[in-house]
Write a protein that binds this ligand. Structure first.
Ligand code: SF4
Ligand code: SF4
Length: 288
């Protein structure tokens, strides 16, 4: 596992954070799935930084995006200057195991469950590192104020990552990063004035061929609950599948990730010219 992280920006403190996160993923036993022969959960993380005053955080309060309850970085930490966001791509072993259709692979639900525990560990370590660099730091999802309202949290890891230049949203609502969608996100807000990393895109959907030009669409037939349609993702339908189909089999673990595996955005940014893999049904009443 390399510690190289070309997305880490020019700020040497951000580069140092990227190296430390990569080292933790490489060395910590928490990044291995004991029940699956020590299979690595995550590959080398991607790291990005957004300015706390980035206008995107105010825009996320739009009910059409997240909602008024979504807090800005300054709403979490007075004096906030930056948001450090990271993406933990699932290992090839975890991703490939989930290429099967139907129920999630046991490796996937373990990576989702034990992997999130390791992500929590990394969030706290990152906050400690930022404090060691001289700033205050807070992990929003580890505070008593963290809430999920109508399936939308008051701090979205994916939206923080989008602001930090890590990726754009797809039809499946996953964030498509340079290492794909299959993985987990984390973030820490700090008073350290870290240099923001560039956002190499202009719009929120730039990397999804379906949303940009009608290509791909592979996540539509991959979804076992038909929660993804040409029009978008039905979050309630997805949640019902997780709660009533997956959980009874794997409790306390759960997960699915079919829309993040065996699709062109699994482990990279799809080619914009990806051919359509799903055809809309002809509209009723129209005959040839
Ligand atoms: S599978 Fe294709 S259509 Fe679905 S989110 Fe990924 S890139 Fe977009
Ligand atoms: S997680 Fe599973 S059920 Fe939910 S949208 Fe993706 S494929 Fe469908």
């Amino acid at each position: 596992m390399s510690t190289e992280n070309p997305e880490s920006g020019q700020d040497p403190r951000v580069a140092e954070i990227a190296v430390r996160l990569a080292r933790a993923c490489h060395r910590e036993t928490g990044n291995r799935l004991a029940a699956h022969g020590g299979m690595p959960t995550y590959d080398t993380p991607l790291v990005g930084v957004a300015a706390a005053c980035d206008p995107l955080f105010e825009r996320y309060k739009d009910p059409a995006i997240i909602g008024l309850h979504h807090r800005t970085p300054g709403g979490w930490l007075p004096g906030a200057a930056a948001v450090v966001s990271y993406f933990l791509p699932f290992s090839a072993e975890v991703r490939t195991a989930n290429h099967i259709p139907g129920l999630p692979a046991p490796e996937w639900v373990a990576a989702r469950f034990e992997g999130e525990a390791f992500n929590d560990f990394l969030r706290d370590r990152l906050a400690d590192w930022l404090r060691g660099m001289g700033g205050e730091a807070i992990v929003p999802c580890h505070t008593p104020e963290f809430q999920i309202v109508a399936r939308r949290s008051n701090w979205s890891e994916r939206h923080a990552a989008h602001a930090a230049g890590l990726g754009t949203f797809g039809l499946s609502r996953s964030l498509i990063t340079a290492r794909g969608t299959a993985g987990r996100f984390g973030s820490v807000i700090t008073t350290l004035p870290l240099e923001p990393t560039p956002r190499p895109y202009s719009g929120p959907f730039d990397y999804c061929p379906w949303l940009m030009s009608g290509g791909c669409g592979a996540c539509i037939p991959r979804c076992p609950s038909e929660a993804i349609t040409p029009e978008g993702k039905d979050i309630a339908r997805c949640a019902h599948h997780l709660d009533h189909v997956v959980r009874p089999v794997f409790a306390p673990r759960y997960g699915c990730g079919k829309c993040q595996t065996a699709v062109p955005c699994e482990h990279g940014i799809p080619n914009p010219g990806t051919r359509p893999m799903f055809r809309r049904a002809p509209a009723a009443g129209i005959s040839g």
